[in-house]
Design a protein around this ligand. Structure first.
Ligand SMILES: Nc1ncnc2c1ncn2[C@@H]1O[C@H](COP(=O)(O)OP(=O)(O)OP(=O)(O)O)[C@@H](O)[C@H]1O
Ligand SMILES: [Mg+2]
Length: 167
């Protein structure tokens, strides 16, 4: 029997709030964690990734990895930022070097994880961002698999004002 994933939802009223959410989550990151960032073009996946990187102490500028498949950054843990937008299939993603032994030592963020289809790893944190333009974003986080609830705890235990947590 599978249990429902632990989940929580909040809203961010600005890019800074989305960034702050990413940074706060990074505080509890552990080696081998996978975070899938779901959402349409312009939803804020890369904004979240930049904040996550800042929270890991990455000093380099995190760019949208659309043209390179994967960006790798040094921080408290190595950060691997992957964008599958241009890929047509999971096979192409895997051939393109999506999986890499070094990733077990760091944190992997994946934009456009739907490209993986059934090959998506079952143990992961899903971050689903809805909304566009200057509208507030609704962000739902779902922990799939043991241990990943710690990300939800990291948000729940903080001052809600700083991330615009919805009531
Ligand atoms: N509350 C918000 N949270 C995040 N981004 C916001 C918010 N409000 C406005 N924005 C703007 O939305 C845009 C999000 O762009 P971003 O590159 O992060 O999207 P993306 O989801 O990575 O898209 P793509 O699929 O093209 O990679 C930025 O220009 C950002 O300033
Ligand atoms: Mg992006």
């Amino acid at each position: 029997m599978t249990t429902a994933p632990a989940a929580m939802q909040l809203a961010t009223a600005s890019p800074e709030a989305t960034r702050n959410l990413g940074a706060r989550l990074a505080a509890v990151a552990r080696p081998g964690d996978l975070i899938c960032l779901w959402g349409d073009l312009g939803a804020g996946k890369t904004v979240f990734a930049k904040g996550f990187g800042a929270g890991l102490g990455v000093e380099a500028t995190i760019l949208s990895p659309s043209f390179v498949l994967m960006g790798e950054y040094a921080g408290r843990l190595p950060l691997f930022h992957i964008d599958l937008y241009r890929l047509a299939s999971a096979e192409e993603a895997l051939e393109g070097g999506l999986l890499d032994d070094r990733q077990a030592e760091g944190v992997v963020l994946v934009e456009w994880p739907d490209r993986l289809g059934a090959a998506i790893p079952p143990v992961r944190l899903d971050v689903r961002i809805e909304g566009g333009g200057d509208d507030p974003r609704r962000i739902r986080m779902e922990a799939h698999g043991a241990g990943l609830e710690r990300y939800l705890g990291a948000v729940a235990s903080e001052d809600p004002e700083s991330a615009g947590v919805a009531s």
